[in-house]
Write a protein that binds this ligand. Structure first.
Ligand code: AMP
Ligand code: MN
Ligand code: MN
Length: 343
């Protein structure tokens, strides 16, 4: 893999293409030889993690390959992904096989993002049976086969390529799932990673008569009224640092309780905050049982992936995150410090 192109947008070098082709062929060989697949995506799964995993799950089942799909606790799905076909076919992490024949991970840059499924991934790697499908430039290549393409806009793109190699034709369920990964990770075909290849895949997927309008409303538009009220409070308290070109807000435990809104439901809050014209970097901090969950976004200059990595997280150049101990005020001060010293 190459580290030169965190979010895609440029053709990758011939060497990278060659590496990817070999990795995809090797992954297809392992999967073809397996009696059963065990699929896992990253903790707190987003549209690409769920979509790319469920797509391969659908295709495996449709092609006579037993498969199970899971992700670490908390084993919940944000309301805006609940329309995804196949969520009735997933397996609790507690029921994940301890020694899967072949394990495949999706959209997950490190073993740590697999939570309690991490040790199973590590054992699978030891016996040469862990396939990693991802597009994070920061991927630690923790698999025995690493199909990691930083030039791909979404893991869904990598899964589409693997399906071709496997000779598994797409079906409508898989197309819906892949489209979800593609449209969410490109911010509705708006981010830097929106390449001709993205539109080509979107065109192919759209031939499956996808409910584009319904999916768009579910994914990006529709929310419970209570969420709108929570947003009002969070935007009201947002702080803009004109000198740092930094905008931030936060959601407390008390907010979640008062409005009866789940943390999963607030995934899109950062997309409202990042609209501030004065800000290059935007941030949302959320109190959670694991600590302060931080989302960072940059418009064009700052590598927030590098900042998040410094704080023990990761991500892409323009979209990244981490989870940290401390209070909202403390973590915010640390982020300001990192930005003040040049990121
Ligand atoms: P989010 O702000 O949660 O939407 O996350 C944006 C991106 O940052 C994700 O696509 C992940 O690639 C990455 N990310 C978020 N949180 C973490 C974390 N704790 N560790 C590693 N990467 C993360
Ligand atoms: Mn993801
Ligand atoms: Mn992704």
């Amino acid at each position: 893999m190459s580290n030169s192109q965190p979010e895609g947008g440029r053709a990758s070098s011939p060497d990278v293409d060659g590496d990817m082709s070999r990795a995809i062929a090797e992954a297809a060989r392992l999967i073809t030889g397996a009696g059963k697949l065990a699929l896992a995506c990253h903790v707190s799964p987003d549209g690409d993690a769920l979509g790319s995993m469920l797509a391969l799950h659908h295709l495996a089942l449709a092609n006579g390959k037993p498969s199970l799909a899971s992700w670490p606790e908390p084993f919940v799905v944000a309301p805006h992904y609940q329309f995804l076909p196949g969520l009735d076919l997933v397996t609790k992490p507690a029921d994940f096989p301890p020694d899967p024949e072949v394990m495949v991970t999706f959209d997950c840059g490190s073993v740590g993002r697999l939570g309690e499924l991490g040790p199973i991934a590590e054992r699978s790697r030891w016996v040469g049976r862990l396939v990693v499908l991802d597009h994070h430039a920061s991927n630690e290549c923790y698999g025995s086969v690493n199909c990691v393409d930083p030039a791909a806009a979404a893991t869904a793109v990598v899964v589409r390529r693997l399906a071709t190699e496997l000779g598994w034709p797409l079906n409508r369920e898989a197309a819906m799932c892949l489209y979800t990964g593609l449209v969410t990770d490109t911010g509705r075909f708006q981010y830097h990673n929106t390449t001709p290849a993205v539109f080509a895949l979107a065109e192919e997927l759209s031939t499956f008569d996808l409910p584009i309008c319904d999916m768009s409303r579910q994914l990006f538009e529709e929310h419970r009224f209570a969420y709108l009220k929570l947003v009002a409070v969070c935007l009201e308290r947002a702080e803009l640092d004109v000198d740092l070109r930094f905008v931030a807000t936060w959601v407390t435990d008390e907010d979640f309780q008062r409005f009866d809104v789940s943390i999963e439901e607030t995934e899109g809050l950062i997309d409202l905050v990042r609209r501030a014209a004065e800000a290059e970097v935007s941030c949302v901090l959320k109190e959670s049982p694991e600590g302060i969950r931080v989302s960072l976004r940059a418009v064009e200059e700052t590598d927030v992936g590098a900042i998040a990595t410094r704080f023990g997280g990761g991500g892409h150049r323009f979209a990244a995150g981490f989870t940290s101990a401390g209070t909202v005020a403390e973590v915010l001060a640390q982020i300001r410090g990192a930005l003040a010293t040049g990121g």
